[in-house]
Each structure stands twice: as structure tokens, then as C-alpha cells.
Design a protein around this ligand. Structure first.
Ligand SMILES: [Zn+2]
Length: 413
């Protein structure tokens, strides 16, 4: 029977399909009635003394599309009365909730569509008014983010050998920053706080006792004093690790500094060639194809300083990739610094100084091999989110939006 089929498709067990009112190319209108005959009194929670007192007309509720048409359910607004409590009330439909014109499923689905894009986009897909969808979205965000935050913190508390990542990201193009706190093992963003100065960080720890209750085995961070001081204060026994890609970035930068000064000394043709191909110096050699390798070799032949520098950078990659344990890594790091000492260039001296200052944190990678690579990916999501929602002024909305943005894909799986 057709009604039976529609019943199953709508998957609303509290309703019985009564009849199809109309169906055309765009819309499907279905009349339905509650499966049950009575509902409990909201005061005494019993249905024993509840009687029906007719209806207040029909409610029309938009539900998920059916047969690729907009689907509307027409349900009676039933008046009920409890003779014991002497109160009247109306039928509560679970699938929609009081006073709503869109079913819960429709709202949830519309909200899902708006994640990763905008409410306006979701409104177009759902063929619903943009303002309505925006409203659904605004309503769903605080609840959804609360649910997500609770879940990711619960997971973090229970993770054995938790590894945290701490990193900053810019708010738009300005010079204001947020700090993100991530569970690297759990691939979740736990929180974000305004600023990145020590005082901002300390304030956060003071106001968030749950943070101090975490027991991270290790924390991965950029080379910023404030972060390391803060983490040492909060988690004295955690291994503090300098983020590998950030550290490597210093070395690559000094390769380019050397390249620029070498460039000045070359013939116009060599100079132009080096300048045009300077990016070949950055990636590890094994990631280059045959043709790129021979072009690179040509560049390195221009100057022994440049070749020494490039080899020093390659040796750093090898040190990261191939040190079998912490003890060997310690020796290897010293040897690598020694090699750097033999390169006579101010950029190398300054990089070496940074490396020496952060020696322990850099070497700690070999105690616990985690990086903030996933955090970097999340920063791209955040940037895209900030571009789409440039209008968000409200701090808690902004924060809720970002936490949903960075975690909801994981939640769905
Ligand atoms: Zn009652």
C-alpha cells in the first residue's frame, strides 16, 4: 500500500499518513495524524485523565525532501485537557517541536549543509528562505559546539600518552592572533584563546581548570618563548617539542638568504637562472624528479658556498628522518651544528644561534615524533571560515563556529 511506503520513507514513527493532499512537480503535501490517541499531561505526566477537545486547525511542517520534491506535512493541532490538573495543552509533535515550521530533521540537515559553506548556500540547496536558514543555523551552532567541545575534551582526558599541539593563527590580516590548542593524537581542536602572549596564556590556564587536569606526555609548539614557558608552568613533566616543520623553515630560509647573496656575485645569465629556479633549493632532493635534479645540480655548480649550504639543509632532513633514537639524534645534532659552523655566512650564524637556543626542544622530536602538520591543515580551514564569516563580531559565536569547523568532519565519521 502506498501510504505504508510513504510512512517508511518519512521515517516518522509517531505519525500515520492519512492521505496525500496534493502532488505536483515541485511540492508534495501529505496529511498525517498522530499514531497515538492521547498524550500525557505535562503536569501530572499521566494520560489517564486526559481528554481530547478538538483541534486548533492544521499545522504545516516542512520536512526533508521526498521524491525530490519539497515535502510538507499537514498535522492537526490537537487540543487536550487534563481533568485532574484542569489544564489545557496542545499536542506535542516530537519530530518538529513546539511552534516550529520546519521538522527537526530538516533543521539538522540544513545546518549540516551550511557547515563548510554558508547559510545562504544551504538555503539555496534546500530552497528555503535565507533568513529562516540563517536562523536555524544560529540556533544550532551553540548546541552543536557545546556537544563537540564536551566530546573532544572527554576524549582528551581519556587519551593515554596525550600529545597536544599549540600554535597561533592570525585573525584576518591584522596583527591580532589567536592560540589554538589541539589534541594531535585525537585529531581534534580543543579550544582557542585570544592572543599569544604569556599573560594571555596564563589567563586562559587560570580560567580553565579542565586544561590543567590534562596529562599530556608531550606538547608540540613553534619556537616561541611564551608558549614554552607557559607549557612548562602548566605541565612540568611534559616533553616540549619544537615543531619540526617550523624548525626546518628556519634552515630553508637561511638557504635562500645565502642564495640571494651568491646571486649578486654571478654573471647576468647565471644570476637570472638561479633566481628563476630558486625554489628547487627548498624541497628534499628525493622529492624532485630527474629533470629538476639536473637543473638543481646546475645551480649548485655556480657556487661552492651555495652547495655547502644546500647540503647542510639536506643533512638536516636526514637527521630528522633517519636518527634511530634519542641518543644517536643528540650526537647527530652536534655534528650537524659543527658542519654549520664551517659555513661562513651571517644567515647561517643566526640560524645556528636559534638552533642552539632551542636544542633540547628540537632534539625532543626524537623522543616523541609528532608534528603540528595537521594543525597547519586546520589553519587553512580557519582562514576559509574567516573569509566566509567576516561579519561575525560576537566572540563566542566566532569561537563556536571555528570549533565546529575544525571538528565536525571527524564527528560525522
Ligand atoms: Zn494532569
Amino acid at each position: 500500500m502506498q501510504n505504508q511506503y510513504i510512512n517508511e520513507m518519512l521515517d516518522l514513527p509517531e505519525l500515520k499518513i492519512h492521505q496525500i493532499l496534493s502532488i505536483d512537480a515541485e511540492e508534495l503535501h501529505i496529511e498525517a495524524i498522530p499514531f497515538d490517541d492521547k498524550q500525557c499531561c505535562p503536569f501530572c505526566h499521566s494520560h489517564q485523565n486526559v481528554i481530547r477537545k478538538g483541534t486548533n486547525g492544521k499545522r504545516i511542517v516542512r520536512h526533508l525532501p521526498a521524491f525530490e520534491k519539497k515535502a510538507f506535512l499537514h498535522v492537526p493541532s490537537i487540543r487536550l485537557f487534563c481533568t485532574r490538573c484542569e489544564v489545557g495543552f496542545v499536542w506535542v509533535y516530537e519530530f518538529v517541536g513546539p511552534k516550529q515550521r520546519y521538522s527537526r530533521r530538516f533543521r539538522a540537515h540544513t545546518f549540516e549543509l551550511a557547515l563548510g559553506s554558508t547559510a545562504a548556500h544551504s538555503a539555496r540547496l534546500q530552497q528555503a528562505p535565507a533568513s529562516t536558514v540563517q536562523h536555524m543555523h544560529n540556533e544550532a551552532i551553540p548546541l552543536e559546539s557545546e556537544r563537540i567541545i564536551e566530546q573532544v575534551w572527554e576524549e582528551a582526558k581519556e587519551t593515554l600518552e596525550l600529545v597536544l599541539g599549540v600554535d597561533d593563527f592570525a585573525i584576518k590580516k591584522g596583527n591580532t592572533y589567536n592560540t589554538g590548542i589541539h589534541n594531535l593524537k585525537g585529531e581534534a581542536m580543543l579550544d582557542l584563546l585570544p592572543g599569544r602572549k604569556l599573560e594571555d596564556l596564563r589567563k586562559y590556564a587560570k580560567e580553565h581548570p579542565a586544561f590543567l587536569l590534562l596529562h599530556p606526555k608531550a606538547v608540540v609548539m613553534v619556537l616561541a618563548k611564551a608558549y614554552h614557558t607557559w607549557i612548562r608552568e602548566c605541565f612540568p613533566s611534559a616533553i616540549r617539542i619544537a615543531d619540526r616543520f617550523h624548525v626546518h623553515g628556519y634552515v630553508v630560509e637561511s638557504v635562500q638568504e645565502v642564495r640571494k647573496s651568491v646571486q649578486q656575485t654571478l654573471s647576468p645569465r647565471a644570476k637570472a637562472n638561479l633566481k628563476a629556479n630558486h625554489r628547487l633549493l627548498n624541497p628534499p632532493v628525493e622529492s624532485l624528479d630527474e629533470e629538476s635534479r639536473s637543473r638543481l645540480d646546475l645551480l649548485l655548480n655556480y657556487s661552492s658556498l651555495l652547495r655547502d649550504m644546500w647540503e647542510w639543509k639536506e643533512a638536516f632532513t636526514t637527521w630528522y628522518n633517519c636518527s634511530p633514537n634519542f641518543a644517536v639524534a643528540r650526537l647527530g645534532f652536534e655534528r650537524w651544528c659543527e658542519k654549520g659552523n664551517q659555513i661562513d655566512h651571517s644567515a647561517v650564524r643566526s640560524t645556528l644561534e636559534t638552533m642552539r637556543n632551542w636544542k633540547e626542544e628540537i632534539m625532543n622530536y626524537h623522543q616523541c615524533r609528532w608534528t603540528n602538520a595537521t594543525v597547519e591543515g586546520r589553519h587553512n580551514r580557519i582562514k576559509a571560515f574567516q573569509r566566509r564569516h567576516y561579519f561575525i563580531r560576537n566572540r563566542s559565536r566566532y569561537k563556536a563556529g571555528i570549533l565546529i569547523e575544525c571538528n565536525h568532519h571527524r564527528m560525522l565519521s
